[in-house]
Design a protein around this ligand. Structure first.
Ligand code: AMP
Length: 424
């Protein structure tokens, strides 16, 4: 027999896990709506060059991690490794700015990167992403950060999170920031890892981000971008910080937090959890005031973030409430005739919006009642031969352990009444 296993790093999300996923996704949608963000759904694959341009040559994603293939029509396509470039493409392609000067969107869905799988790092994973395009105001940075922190801390109550914040300057001060880094790192080049030696001339900012011990020791003494900001960038950062204080959003400054590419500007941020081990970042984001122009649009500022949903779900506090609640109705029957009557009741209940179950495996009555318990239903409708002869069913409340006889043609109405009174 053919025995084909799933792809490493592309996990199944099993039925016992999907209720957590739905809870997280619903929380995300509800909150985004409250903040005035609209959902956008871009395709799972795009032309490869979109990501090469949007994420940048020389990044790990583009160089090593993309699932790229040529299709039968010789088009070079890539499974999306992130959501910002597709959103910017759609923004430009559909002239979204013409309808609204500030476009605020969110997306939820799978991303693909050929990374080495390990705890918390997958090859297919899911992100909630938010992008706000069309304003450079510090108030927008604060809004996006408030949304991120509201999602993780207030909606989902993920414990012990740390929001790290930095500013990496813009087209005015970045050259100076880079020059200072280049001068410093050139003096310590032999202590840098091979990747960082390459980064030295291509993009010294990215050395700040290297996780290798040797590089970290060199980085510890490196000049900080935040200390070389131009006046406008320093003022922007100070306003963002003031607004976060106003909104009661706690953060720490992490002066090593960078995004490698030139079109990432000013504010960068990350959310870290101490409970996640090596892959401790739950979310990352920042301003990209140069990106839209780099992708062929007019100069337009923007900011966004992406949250890794696998890591969010791994961090959720266990909710006792979810596990104990009883829902819906199990119809237990004895004999063929009773089963037919039961099927009819079941159909009516389901049409009326009630969760309804019935035996599909020819179990004994005892077996059916055992199954009803396993299925965690609130009510059981028992139709035996005797009940049927009297035109009745026994309605049992599984929580209160009480039961009563109900005429068969009142069962649906009675259940709807009961379910309605507990808010279904
Ligand atoms: P990035 O798009 O790289 O800035 O990542 C944003 C967030 O997505 C990270 O903070 C992680 O939570 C999540 N993430 C990124 N890559 C992976 C991966 N390979 N597996 C699981 N989650 C990931």
């Amino acid at each position: 027999m053919l025995n084909v296993r799933g792809v490493r790093g592309a996990p199944d999300i099993l039925p016992r896990e999907t209720s957590s996923w739905r809870r997280v996704e619903e929380a995300a949608r509800g909150l985004c709506l409250r903040y005035g963000y609209h959902e956008i759904r871009t395709p799972i694959f795009e032309r490869t060059e979109l990501f090469v341009r949007g994420i940048g040559e020389g990044t790990d994603i583009v160089e090593k991690e993309m699932y790229t293939f040529t299709d039968q029509g010789q088009e070079n396509l890539t499974l999306r490794p992130e959501g910002t470039a597709p959103v910017v493409r759609a923004y430009l392609e559909h002239h979204m700015a013409a309808q609204l000067p500030l476009v605020k969107v969110y997306y939820v869905g799978p991303m693909f990167r050929r990374e080495r799988p390990q705890g918390g790092r997958y090859r297919q994973f899911h992100q909630l992403g938010v992008e706000a395009i069309g304003s450079g105001q510090p108030a927008l940075d604060a809004e996006v950060l408030a949304l991120l922190s509201g999602f993780l801390q207030e909606e989902l109550r993920v414990p012990d999170l740390e929001l790290r914040l930095n500013s990496i300057g813009d087209a005015v001060c970045r050259p100076r920031i880079k020059d200072r880094l280049l001068a410093y790192f050139s003096g310590h080049a032999s202590r840098l890892c091979r990747d960082c030696q390459e980064r030295l001339h291509r993009n010294p900012l990215r050395i700040l981000d290297c996780k290798q011990d040797g590089c970290q020791r060199v980085v510890a003494e490196a000049p900080k971008p935040i200390e070389s900001l131009c006046e406008a960038c320093a003022a922007h950062f100070s306003e963002v910080r003031g607004l976060l204080d106003l909104l009661n959003i706690a953060y720490t400054i992490d002066d090593r937090l960078v995004r490698g590419l030139d079109y990432y500007t000013r504010t960068t941020f990350e959310v870290i959890s101490p409970h996640l081990g090596a892959q401790n970042a739950l979310a990352g984001g920042g301003r990209y005031d140069g990106l839209i122009e780099a992708m062929g649009g007019p100069p337009t500022p923007g900011i966004g973030f992406a949250v890794g949903l696998e890591r969010v779900i791994a961090s959720l506090p266990v909710s006792a409430e979810e596990d104990t609640a009883l829902h819906g109705v199990y119809i237990a029957t004895m004999g063929d005739e009773a089963h037919v009557t039961g099927m009819r009741l079941l159909q009516e209940l389901r049409r009326q919006g009630v969760r309804g179950l019935i035996d599909l495996e020819a179990r004994s009555l005892k077996g059916q009642l055992r199954q009803a318990n396993k299925d965690r239903v609130r009510y059981c409708v028992i139709i035996g031969e005797e009940e049927l002869a009297r035109g009745q069913a026994t309605l049992r409340d599984m929580e209160k352990a009480e039961q009563q006889a109900v005429p068969l043609d009142h069962v649906v109405a009675r259940l709807l009444e009961l379910e309605g009174s507990r808010g279904r």
